[in-house]
Ligand binder design. Structure first.
Ligand code: NAP
Length: 307
C-alpha cells in the first residue's frame, strides 16, 4: 500500500512560508501585487481566478482583478497588458487561459514583460528553463517537483518517465527532472509500448488528460507516481489520469486527485509572484540557478522554499 502524498498539506506549508516572508516585507513597507486578467465568462476560468484571488489573500498579496467582456479586442487586451507592465504596484501579471477564440494566447503572453510573467509562459522564461537559469518555473511542474521532494526521494540517477509533452506541463516537467540528474523519458500518443516504458519508471509523472488510463500494470513496484490529470470519470466525478485504487496497492508514493498536484499549482504561482516582487524591488540580484546535486543543491532548495 502506497504512501499518499498530501498535496494540500505541502501547498499549505509553501503558502505559509510565503505568508511569513510577505509579512516581513510589509513591515519594511513593501507590498506585493498580482494582476489577474480574465476575458469572457468561461465557468472553469472563473473558478481558477477566484482561487488565485483567495490564495493572494491567504499569503498577504494585493490582487488586482481585471474581468473583461468576451468581445474584448486584441488591441484592448494588449493596452491593458502594457498598462500593467508599467504599473509599479503590479509585480506579477497572469492572463487566464484559454482566451476566447478570436484572441491569440501567444501574442498576449509575448507582450507580458518576462520579469512579470509569473506563469513562466513567455518564450524568454521558457528558454531560461532549458538552460537551468530561470526566474520562474512553470507552476504545475514546479509543484510536482515539490511533491517529489516531500517524499524524500532522490531524483539523481533514477528512471523518470513523463507522459505528455505539452508546453505547460510535460516538456518543462521533463526538463526539471533532467536538471536534477534524472534519466528522463518523455512519452506521448505515438509512443510504442507505453506500458513497458512506464513499468521501468522509478518516478512516473502522468499529464495526459484521459481518465484513469494508467492502471497498476503500468507501475513499477514502489514507484513514485504523480498524477497531473484533472479529468471526469463516467459519473462526472473529478479524477486523474491514474487509476488510483489499483495503483495505490503497487506504488511507493502516489498523489490523489483531487488533493495532489492541483493545490500545488496555485502555491507555486504565489511563490513566483514573491520572486517577481523581490526582483522588481531589487531584493534579489540574480535569478535562482538550477544546480542540483552539488553543495548548491541545498541553496537551491532554500531558494525554492523561501523566495
Ligand atoms: P495536453 O496539452 O492535451 O497534452 C496531453 C499530452 O498527452 C500530449 O502530449 C499527448 O500526446 C499525450 N497523450 C494523449 N493521449 C495519450 C496516450 N493515449 N498515451 C500517451 N500519451 C498521450 O494536456 P496538458 O495541458 O499537458 O494537461 C494534461 C492533464 O493535466 C489534463 O488533464 C489537464 O487538465 C491537467 N492539468 C492539471 C493541472 C493542475 O494544476 N493540476 C495543470 C495543468 C494541466 P501528443 O503530444 O502526441 O498529442
Amino acid at each position: 500500500m502506497a504512501n499518499i502524498i498530501d498535496g494540500k498539506a505541502v501547498s499549505a506549508q509553501v503558502k505559509e512560508d510565503i505568508r511569513l516572508e510577505t509579512e516581513k516585507l510589509k513591515e519594511q513597507g513593501i507590498e506585493i501585487g498580482l494582476a489577474v486578467v480574465i476575458v469572457g465568462n468561461d465557468p472553469a476560468s472563473q473558478v481558477y481566478v477566484r482561487n488565485k484571488e483567495k490564495a493572494c489573500e491567504t499569503v498577504g498579496f494585493n490582487s488586482y482583478k481585471y474581468a473583461l467582456p468576451e468581445e474584448t479586442t486584441e488591441e484592448e487586451l494588449l493596452a491593458l497588458v502594457d498598462k500593467l507592465n508599467k504599473d509599479d504596484k503590479v509585480d506579477g501579471i497572469l492572463v487566464q487561459l484559454p482566451l476566447p477564440k478570436h484572441l491569440d494566447d501567444k501574442v498576449i503572453i509575448n507582450n507580458i514583460l518576462p520579469e512579470k510573467d509569473v506563469d513562466a509562459f513567455h518564450p524568454v522564461n521558457v528558454g531560461k528553463i532549458m538552460i537551468g537559469e530561470y526566474s520562474f518555473l512553470p507552476c504545475t511542474p514546479a509543484g510536482v517537483m515539490e511533491l517529489i521532494k516531500s517524499t524524500g526521494t532522490e531524483i539523481a540517477g533514477k528512471n523518470c518517465v513523463v507522459i505528455g509533452r505539452s508546453n505547460i506541463v510535460g516538456k518543462p516537467q521533463a526538463m526539471l527532472l533532467l536538471h536534477q540528474n534524472g534519466t528522463v523519458t518523455i512519452c506521448h500518443s505515438k509512443t510504442k509500448d507505453l506500458k513497458k516504458v512506464c513499468s521501468e519508471a522509478d518516478i512516473l509523472v502522468v499529464a495526459v488528460g484521459k481518465p484513469k488510463i494508467i492502471d497498476a500494470d503500468y507501475i513499477k513496484e514502489g514507484a513514485v507516481v504523480i498524477d497531473v490529470g484533472m479529468d471526469r470519470d463516467e459519473n462526472g466525478k473529478l479524477c486523474g489520469d491514474v487509476d488510483f485504487e489499483s495503483c495505490k496497492e503497487k506504488a511507493g508514493f502516489i498523489t490523489p486527485v483531487p488533493g495532489g498536484v492541483g493545490p500545488m499549482t496555485i502555491a507555486m504561482l504565489m511563490k513566483n509572484t514573491l520572486t517577481a516582487a523581490k526582483m522588481h524591488k531589487g531584493l534579489l540580484a540574480e535569478a535562482p540557478k538550477d544546480e542540483p546535486d552539488t553543495k548548491e543543491r541545498t541553496a537551491w532548495n532554500k531558494v525554492m522554499l523561501h523566495t
